[in-house]
Unconditional design. Structure first.
Length: 146
């Protein structure tokens, strides 16, 4: 069984709950190196509030390339797979902070003062941007609003 199947089959996956950090990290590295198959990405994309245009922007590919991945049942490259995993983890963290998918997904589309008036979704095209959004969520989780 591939790492992608292990990772995305269940919201109770060891990646989300329970696995120790070393095992989680090693499995994530394997997953990213193998590349995420389109059908596994599609599960995330369907759950997420993002359009195909958003995902293409986040992954630095054209919409047509994203469509070809679906048509040809392709596996994403390592860089794209890493971004998919990072955004997936961010979405899980955000829904746990907000305790509600819809509230978190709405927050992603609101210009946020703590992010300099920028919409969190607009930062997800870079690794640094994903970390900035994660940090903002951490501040919200701990009641630090500034």
């Amino acid at each position: 069984m591939s790492a992608a199947i292990d990772f995305f089959t269940s919201s109770d996956s060891a990646f989300i709950k329970g696995a120790n950090d070393d095992n989680r990290s090693l499995l994530l590295i394997r997953l990213v190196r193998e590349g995420i198959p389109y059908k596994e990405f599609e599960k995330i994309a369907t759950w997420s509030p993002f359009t195909n245009k958003d995902w293409a922007h986040f992954l630095n590919i054209s919409i047509r390339t994203l469509e070809r991945h679906k048509e040809d049942v392709k596996v994403f490259k390592q860089e794209q797979s890493e971004k998919i995993v990072s955004i997936y983890q961010l979405m899980h963290y955000g829904t746990s902070v907000f305790e509600d998918d819809t509230l978190f997904f709405n927050w992603l589309y609101v210009n946020t003062l703590t992010l300099g008036g920028v919409c969190p979704k607009d930062l997800l095209d870079t690794t640094i941007g994903i970390q900035v959004v994660r940090d903002a969520l951490g501040r919200l989780e701990h009641g630090v609003l500034a």
